[in-house]
Design a binder for this molecule. Structure first.
Ligand code: PDD
Length: 288
């Protein structure tokens, strides 16, 4: 695997970060994950826009223009595509506030650290749309700025592990009685044929897949809206699914050990997945 670190492409085994990097010491940085279909990054402008927003929120100057980012990513994809036999990839980009003596205050004149790698895109297991997954609800223990795609993922890691330890695959987070999102995904419900997802704000990540699903729903005349979802409404939902760039649509068919609807992925979930797959296929077939 060829990775990119601070201006150089090099084998993963040779990439080294100083121990005083603020990403390592403070989790002081942001990241992005971008799926690549064939050799084309999907929804790239949207991902770069969100990266720019995350950087601005934590006051790190964006090290590259959109054109420079695109050139770097194209090169990273190209350098890895032969070892992944042309299969889909998943780009990971991380920017930290750089390496400096340990002090909470921002260091002066310190360039950010930029690390990027590309892994094979694994996605969800093929049978996920037949059976769905189980989820549990948990009190959202994260901070008040979840719109930033921060590398400080300790709370997310603990939530995810808690779900696993309790026999569930996903953790659905609740703040002040309202659903925010999954520990690494956004959340949708369907109720009487309408699609609902919580509105954007400081308590959830503005997911690229989430936005695309809303866009597709509107385009295809599906009744979809952004609205608060209470824990009770979640429990009463006909269908629940979570979304992310790497796993796409994952139906939640069991919530806190109770079946969601009839315990199988529902018609609205499958319709949304069909629309997403068609959109992706058109993207794959479009000119570069
Ligand atoms: N995570 N919410 C959280 C907390 C997430 O970590 C993610 C994605 C999402 C979905 O966003 P998107 O549709 O843009 O992927 C929502 C990525 C995939 C990760 O951390 O690996």
């Amino acid at each position: 695997m060829i990775v990119y670190l601070n201006g150089q492409f090099l084998p993963l085994e040779e990439a080294r970060i100083p121990v005083l990097d603020r990403g390592f010491l403070f989790g002081d940085g942001v990241y992005e994950v971008i799926p690549v279909y064939g050799t084309k990054p999907f929804r790239l402008d949207e991902h770069l826009q969100r990266l720019g927003n995350s950087l601005a929120e934590i006051r790190i100057a964006n090290p590259h223009s959109a054109t420079e980012w695109k050139d770097l990513l194209t090169e990273l994809i190209g350098r890895n595509s032969h070892c992944y036999c042309g299969k889909d990839q998943s780009l990971y980009l991380q920017i930290t506030r750089g390496t400096a003596p340990r002090d909470h205050i921002f260091p002066d004149n310190t360039p950010p650290t930029l690390f990027m790698m590309s892994n094979p895109l694994l996605g969800s297991p093929p049978d996920v749309l037949d059976s769905g997954v189980s989820a549990i609800t948990e009190e959202d223990s994260r901070w008040e700025r979840c719109n930033i795609k921060s590398i400080s993922l300790l709370a997310n890691v603990l939530h995810r592990q808690h779900a696993l330890d309790h026999g569930a695959k996903e953790s659905i987070l609740i703040r002040d009685g309202m659903v925010t999102e999954g520990a690494a995904s956004n959340l949708f419900i369907a109720r009487n044929g309408a699609v609902i997802t919580p509105p954007k704000g400081p308590h959830l990540l503005p997911g690229i897949t989430r936005d695309l699903l809303l866009e597709l729903a509107v385009k295809h005349g599906i009744d979809a809206r952004e609205d608060e979802i209470s824990k009770q409404q979640l429990q009463d939902a006909d269908e629940i699914w979570v979304t992310s760039s790497t796993k796409e649509i994952v139906p939640v068919t069991s919530l806190n050990q109770n079946p969601v609807g009839d315990g199988k992925p529902g018609p609205t979930t499958l319709r949304m997945d069909d629309l997403l797959q068609r959109f992706k296929q058109q993207f794959r077939e479009s000119s570069p």
